[in-house]
Design a protein around this ligand. Structure first.
Ligand code: HEM
Length: 511
């Protein structure tokens, strides 16, 4: 009938189709508005994805989400089916190992391979837990004795690079500024490639984003973030056809595609008959714990993204805050000098030694707290039968995301000055409260069943890098009026953290 109508009067058929589409959209908008109308939030967000999409694409998630929570409370409606919380109890309830909540479809936004989920995107808790049990011996370092020496090698490479090219000296021609926002990610990418594959990509050695990994990430993040947050876009792009059309491919000469090829080449090498099964990389551990070749490929690809930009974001922001607070800078330098003088720090500080330095620990935790590295919602789905949160019923199938930025700036937990970078807050409390504060900051790594698998690796990097950089060098911001520009598209895109570097004036080098 309809085909006949189109053939006889195409203009009329088109009008009917348009009207039907408008009616369908209006009905579904009213229906979804009604479902969660008792939860406050921006009006635009209650029936459309414009609010979420604009923040994601525009790189203003951190500011937008924080504003929304301070205006509407701890549970905000941010989309037709999306809520956002900064309530630590809700976060723990959703992610605890006994929770009935599943990861929501939001996670499929990170499934780069159309045919195979990666642990991070597995929504079914049973499948996820099984995979995590196989991956954790590698991630936790239980299976690989060389994690710490491998991190140390990259710390030394960064120091060598700075000495070779970026020491500023007095006089004409002596000004050699370094953009930390560019070079720190090279450091973390070399670490993760070395740990994952047994061979670093060589970014520090060449002082370059060799495979344009970050360039592509920075260009791609606004789109990735938009598509992940806007559910109907996600459905289209992450359909099998969509990923084939838009997804990264091994044949790409740069970016994600290139790193997929690097990872896949390495995985293929390990699966040829007679290959060394005892190799001490994370990939070697995955193979020993029974992962198939495809599982190894996708997990290794994911590790490159999850393990580089995240830790880099934390190092960059912490360095910026250290440099912007003379009291913190000097107190950290003093602790470093004392540790070296008293023989409490090896030539390259060990993870165990770093954990014994209270001010360094306070700086590391305050850096993680002041700007949590993930602005993604990481939404979980309300289980069958719904849930009641603070007296309000939330229907099954609703997505609840986490606002890490405001979660970690809680004035109730951290005090009135929670918006300020003040590591001393961790030193002014008894040991029980200190542990509570640290556990609260660690919510930035997720919680329970879905907690970050690379947390211990990230903490090791943080424990070493500030100590070693400030042990060897002194830093000054080149432009304190605009020290760094940041956009939040799920992860941070930071640019222009220009500093000058001189050899440390304190005797902090000898162990
Ligand atoms: C400061 C650095 C880092 C932070 C703040 C961080 C944070 C997070 C967060 C918030 C999640 C998601 C939790 C959820 O879904 O509820 C996550 C997951 C994950 N991260 Fe990290 N991460 C960091 C570094 C790393 C590193 C270095 C690696 C790899 C060596 C890594 C590997 C992973 C993996 C594999 C997952 C998926 C875990 C799962 O699904 O069970 N991360 N991370």
């Amino acid at each position: 009938m309809f085909i006949l109508a189109v053939a006889s009067d195409p203009a009329r058929a088109l009008t009917i189709l348009s009207l039907l589409a408008i009616v369908w959209y209006a009905t579904s908008a009213v229906y979804s508005w009604c479902r969660l109308r008792h939860i406050p939030g921006p009006f635009l967000a209650s029936f459309s994805y414009l609010w979420l999409g604009r923040l994601a694409f525009g790189g203003r998630q951190r500011e937008g989400y924080t504003l929304a929570t301070s205006k509407y409370g701890s549970l905000v409606r941010v989309g037709p089916n999306e809520l956002l919380t900064n309530d630590p109890e809700v976060v723990k309830r959703m992610s605890s190992t006994k929770s009935q909540y599943w990861k929501s479809k939001w996670y499929t936004g990170f499934q780069f391979n159309p045919y195979h989920p990666v642990m991070f995107t597995m929504t079914d808790p049973a499948a996820h837990d099984k995979m995590k049990a196989q991956l954790m011996p590698g991630y936790s370092g239980r299976d690989i004795s060389s994690v710490e020496p491998d991190v140390d090698t990259q710390v030394n490479s960064l120091i060598t690079l700075i000495r070779k090219k970026y020491i500023t000296s007095p006089g004409i021609g002596g000004f050699r500024p370094l953009d930390l926002a560019r070079v720190i990610p090279l450091f973390t990418l070399d670490i993760i490639s070395k740990l994952a594959l047994g061979q670093e990509l060589g970014c520090l050695e060449t002082d370059s984003d060799r495979y344009q990994f970050y360039k592509t990430t920075e260009e791609g993040l606004p789109w990735l973030s938009l598509i992940t947050e806007v559910s109907w876009m996600r459905e289209i792009v992450y359909s099998r056809l969509g990923v084939k059309l838009f997804g990264p491919k091994e044949t790409d000469l740069k970016g994600f595609g290139k790193s997929i090829k690097l990872a896949n080449d390495e995985v293929r090498r390990r699966f040829v008959p007679g290959a060394d099964k005892e190799e001490k990389s994370i990939l070697g551990s995955f193979i020993r714990h029974g992962l198939t070749q495809t599982e190894c490929e996708v997990e290794t690809q994911f590790m490159f993204v999850a393990g580089s930009d995240t830790t880099a974001a934390s190092i960059k922001i912490t360095m910026l805050y250290i440099l912007a607070a003379p009291r913190v800078y000097q107190r950290l330098k003093d602790e470093i000098a004392a540790a070296v003088r008293e023989g409490k720090a090896s030539k390259l500080i060990t993870n165990a030694e770093a954990k014994e330095l209270p001010y360094l620990q306070a700086v590391v935790y305050e850096g993680l707290r002041i700007r949590p590295v993930v602005t993604n919602m990481l939404s979980k789905e309300v289980p069958q039968g719904g849930d009641t949160i603070n007296g309000r019923f939330i229907p099954a199938g609703t997505s609840i995301g986490v606002n890490h930025s405001s979660l970690l700036r809680s004035k109730t937990v951290f005090g009135e000055d929670a918006d300020m970078f003040r590591p001393e807050r961790f030193l002014e409390v008894d040991t029980t409260t200190l542990t509570e504060l640290q556990r609260h900051v660690e919510l930035g790594f997720g919680y329970g069943r879905w907690m970050c698998a690379g947390k211990s690796i990230a903490m090791m990097e943080l424990n070493k890098i500030f100590f070693q950089l400030l042990r060897h060098f002194d830093f000054q911001l080149v432009d304190p009026q605009t020290p760094m520009i940041s956009h939040s598209h799920g992860l941070f895109v930071d640019t222009g953290l220009w500093v000058t570097i001189t050899e440390s004036s304190e005797p902090t080098v000898l162990a």
